[in-house]
Design a protein. Sequence first.
Length: 642
Amino acid sequence: MPITPRRIPAPEETDPSVYRDLGLKSGLEVHQQLLTARKLFCRCPAGPYRADYDAEILRHMRPTLSEMGEYDGTALMEKKTRKEVVYQITGDTTCTYEMDDTPPFKVNGEAVDIAIEIALLLGTSIVGELHIARKQYLDGSIPTGFQRTAIVGLAGRIPYGDRTIGITQISLEEDACREVEDRGHLRVYRTDRLSRPLIETVTDPDMKTPGEVADVCRIIARLARGTGKVRTGIGAGREDVNVSVTGGTRVEIKGVPRIPRIPGLVHYEAFRQRALLDIVERLKEKGLSAESFRTARRPLGAGDVSLPLPSIEHARSGDGDFALLVLPGFREILPWPVGPTRTFADELSGHIRVVACLDQLPNMLFEGDGHANEEFWGRLRRDSAAGPDDALVVVFGPAPDVTMAAGEIEARCRQAFRGVPNETRQALANGETRFERVLPGPERMYPDTDLPPLAIPDERLERIRAATLPPVWDREKWLRALGVPAHEAVPLAISRRYTVFRRAVEEQGASPKDGARVLISLFVALRREGCAVDGIPDTEIDALFGLFAGGRFAREIFPALLRAMAAGRSAKEAVAGIVGPPAPRSEVEPLLRGELAASTPAPEPERRARHILGGVMPALRGRIAGAEVRRMLAGIAGEVRK
């Protein structure tokens, strides 16, 4: 029986055994911005994003040869697009280094230390020297056309359930610009994010189900956040997900912004690859081959394609070109589903959207897509003398772009005979993906001759190792052993206030539950009020816990005190203003003597003492430690007995 399209199930319908049968393998490239004051190779501030800009620069990108005299395929593809790249420059965050007009400064030492700390937590072997390399980026996201990067650690491992996940490497590199617009042959970037220090953690392809990929990504993200030295918020962390199945090749899903989206993307990419492999088998059954495949192109007039579609009207209103392509043997291949809403025709459309810059959709028509009736396609089929098994495709737009599109469609059809192309794909909201660019190869990397190697001496490594906290999973285990509830232990393990908690418990004698409640649950509640508790220095929170341990106030007073401290008061000032001054002995003793005289002697001294303390503490609470009042009571009671 001939191979026919398979149904593509939803993730929730799919048993883990299905992924095993597919031979799914997946790895991660986790990118995380570091929380440094300055950028990586210059002294510009790594400050907040800007909504405006001060100037614009226009550039065109061109590929360069690698050290081996070869061009990278991604660079050649980007050259085809003929993009104009505009940079919106913010003067307070951008300098001439980033425009490639001056050499780089020495690498930011603070960023190197943070990268080494995270590399140690990942269990990697730290390199003896940092060697800066250049990695070509011809999409324009970096004005120099390359990114400076350096490997920091190699061959690590992290725990996952009852096994471990391999860490291939961790690198330190500079971040790229923020994309503002990508339309036609114009791409616009803003430079406020450019050159921020960034780490890239690359895992081995050890994950076998979509859920495992998301789990491991969370572990890596939490490990980095647990240092308190990485940025958080939109765009501060991004993931690239590598996916392959048996018979396929590595495909990279680029720039996944949120971890919860990973399982759906991995799932649908696995089934997309399976569908592409089925297409290979179907083409073999039909007796077709890449070597014999040739498209035929025939010009069309604007009047031949009078369909009420905005993209067609746009081509008709200008000096647009229209062409009919005949794809031998591909009539049943174009509508072949490769996702729940996408077909092989979308693979073609995706390529010409990126490479030919025909980004107004639909950018092509094919028989059966629902945009034209049978009479329209029947006429084109007769005029072109196409065979019954041939596919018809109409492309339209500016003449140079239509020529480029025709070539890309033929090239992508030839790839269909080989299976799954190595490529980078863009994540879509529904879990599917679309073509973004050719997957980069080793030709894009070459040594940077502007910067010498940076030695990592043993003394520096040991200093960082000594100051590095335990891995986040060990912290969480310790917190749970202390009795901290899970809903507070999990966020506290990665909180930058974790060391504050340790000091409060280990040095000041605070209850673990009190410390966690204040630093997690209470801080969350106060943030929702708009209270700026995150701006309170650690030293002042230390002082607050010290006053609490000394009995200067009751736990119910914490919210009022933190509000006052968020407004700028010190811990001592807040306590003095809200609780009042410490109670002197001269004030406490008369109260105790009065209660003692009024109380009835009891056969249980402890019960009488609690009664007396209950009578005086409401007037003294927060102004003197209860333990000190109890000691004073014991002394007075001893005098009375004598």
